[in-house]
Every structure is written in structure tokens, then in C-alpha cells.
Design a protein around this ligand. Structure first.
Ligand code: CP
Ligand code: NVA
Length: 308
């Protein structure tokens, strides 16, 4: 049994095996209606709890559909409807859920909820996003990059804007998959030293560049995310927008990247804020492939967790 808590907590060879299996499972389903089962049914007889303490479209639907395609069943739970939201401890919740279900995916605020859940659960726990990281997203992003452009090893990824939870998992991935990452954004929103340090210790070149145009020079992949994450207070919105406006991804900025550079965004996006519609809907954008690949990547993550 394996927990999938973070990219840096999963061995590089396991990450590679998950990405490769995701690609194979995607190919095996090409052209099939979405509701049809996979030929292999590794999750037959398995029940998976999907717990959400924050909103979600992609994570919720892709996990639900993925489990069903592999023959399992899901239970989607809202944190606030559970006793967890009314004082029951995380440890007790984990012990109880382990008696009913075979795997738990949780999207929560504080990452200690995730780690405590994993500590006390007897079944695999998957990180569906916390305030600090979003590993499932980055597995889909690596799959997407490699489908379009081949191995990501040695490539230059440029993260624009807020050094947030998705950026943190990209930094972990830089270390584990061996690519370089340049962060361009305001100093107040730099990624935490811990994430930068992990990638540098693993041998990746991590650069901080305040000038967005300079940062994007020679980029193979340009990535944006919302300027106000779910865990950020709405009262910080105006201040954040003012700080982040110079980092908008638009055609002028993309012109500094390599001509065949891709654009990614985990979605949901705020059109004309962190990215223009021209870029989102343009030829370099792979945002909807990225969204689709959440399904395929997570199916392989779940198989790895259960060892099936
Ligand atoms: N990218 C992502 O995690 O989307 P949701 O918030 O819709 O799940
Ligand atoms: N950084 C965003 C990602 C959403 C999928 C957030 O945490 O709200």
C-alpha cells in the first residue's frame, strides 16, 4: 500500500512508472465512450472516498470517472457535512473510514490534515490539493507535456505569477523529473525556500527572474495559475492583482519563449487576468488536454497506491 501525498515523497522511478502506465491506459481507451469500463478492472470491488473541503470540478469528476472506468465505486463527501467539520479528530475519521473504504482522496486546506489522515488510515491516502501542494495536477501536466513534446528532462519550464501550491508541486517535479524551472513573479509571492531547495538539491537549475520577458526567453513550457487561490483571502484580491499584472501571459510574453513552447494552466482560469483568451485558445495552449489527463494520470496513481 502506498500513499500519494506529494511528488517529492514518491520515488522518481515510481513517478515514471505512473506516467508511463497513464499513457498506456489512455491509448487503450482511445475512441471509447467515457462511460464504458476499461478492459482491465483493477478496482473491481473497491470503494473510494473522495473528500472535498474546498470546491472542485476537475479533481472531483476525474477521480469519480476514473474509479468507475477501472471497476470501482466512489463516495463523494463534503468535509462540512462530515463530523470532521464538527470537531471529530482527523485521526478518528481516518480510522473509521479505513473500516469502510479501500482508498481515500482528500482536498483540504492545511496539509497537516492530509498527513495526519495518512498517518492514521490503514488504506492509501491521495492528496487532491492542499494550501501547499497539488501533486495530481503536476502528474497530469508531465503526461501532457511528454505527449506533445517528448521527455521533459532537461527542458526549461517558466512559472508565472504566484508561487503557490501548484508552483510548489512543479518545483518538486523539477527535482524528480530533472527539468529546470524559472519563477517569475513579485518577491512577496516567491515560492517557499523549502520547495526551491528540494529542486536545487536534486540538481535542477532553479532561477528567480523578476522581469517576465527575460524569464520566458528560451522557455519550452510557460505555466500560469489564478492570482487568488482558494485559500487566499478575498480581501487580498486587489493587492494581488496589482502586484501580478506585469506577469500576465499574453501573446507579447509568449513571443519571448521558444516558437514551439507550450502553454499550460491547471484551470479554473480567469480570462484576461493571469492569461489572455488569445493565449488560452491559441495554438500553443494544451489546457484542455491537461484537464483530460487528470483522469488518466490519477487512474495510474490509484493503481500504484493499491498495487493493482
Ligand atoms: N485543476 C484543478 O484541480 O481543478 P479543480 O479545482 O476544478 O478540481
Ligand atoms: N492555486 C489554485 C489551484 C486550483 C486548482 C488554488 O489553490 O485555488
Amino acid at each position: 500500500m502506498n500513499h500519494f501525498l506529494d511528488i517529492h515523497k514518491t520515488a522518481p522511478e515510481d513517478l515514471r512508472q505512473i506516467i508511463d502506465q497513464a499513457g498506456q491506459m489512455k491509448t487503450a481507451r482511445l475512441g471509447r465512450p467515457k462511460g464504458t469500463p476499461d478492459d482491465e478492472q483493477p478496482l473491481a470491488g473497491h470503494m473510494v472516498a473522495l473528500i472535498f473541503e474546498k470546491p472542485s470540478t476537475r479533481t472531483r469528476v476525474s477521480f469519480d470517472v476514473g474509479v468507475r472506468q477501472m471497476g470501482g465505486e466512489t463516495m463523494v463527501l463534503s468535509g462540512k457535512d462530515m463530523q470532521l467539520g464538527h470537531g471529530e479528530t482527523i485521526a478518528d475519521t481516518a480510522r473509521v473510514l479505513s473500516r469502510y473504504v479501500d482508498m481515500i482522496m482528500i482536498r483540504t486546506f492545511d496539509e497537516t490534515v492530509l498527513t495526519e489522515m495518512a498517518e492514521y488510515a490503514d488504506v492509501p491516502v491521495i492528496n487532491g490539493l492542499t494550501d501547499r501542494t497539488h501533486p495530481c495536477q503536476i502528474m497530469a501536466d508531465i503526461l501532457t507535456y511528454e505527449e506533445h513534446r517528448g521527455p521533459i528532462k532537461g527542458k526549461k519550464v517558466v512559472w508565472t505569477g504566484d508561487g503557490n501550491n501548484v508552483c510548489a508541486s512543479f518545483l518538486h517535479a523539477a527535482g524528480q523529473f530533472g527539468f529546470d524551472l524559472t519563477f517569475t513573479g513579485p518577491a512577496q509571492l516567491d515560492p517557499e525556500d523549502e520547495f526551491i531547495g528540494f529542486a536545487r538539491n536534486a540538481g535542477s537549475k532553479i532561477t528567480i527572474e523578476r522581469d517576465a520577458a527575460k524569464a520566458v526567453e528560451g522557455a519550452d513550457l510557460v505555466v500560469a495559475d489564478t492570482w487568488v487561490s482558494m485559500h487566499d483571502s478575498q480581501s487580498s484580491k486587489e493587492r494581488r492583482h496589482n502586484m501580478l499584472r506585469p506577469y500576465q501571459v499574453n501573446d507579447a510574453l509568449m513571443a519571448h519563449a521558444k516558437p514551439d513552447a507550450l502553454f499550460m494552466h491547471c484551470l479554473p482560469a480567469h480570462r484576461e487576468e493571469e492569461v489572455t483568451s488569445a493565449v488560452m485558445d491559441g495554438p500553443q495552449s494544451v489546457i484542455f488536454d491537461e484537464a483530460e489527463n487528470r483522469l488518466h494520470a490519477q487512474k495510474a496513481v490509484m493503481r500504484w497506491c493499491l498495487g493493482v
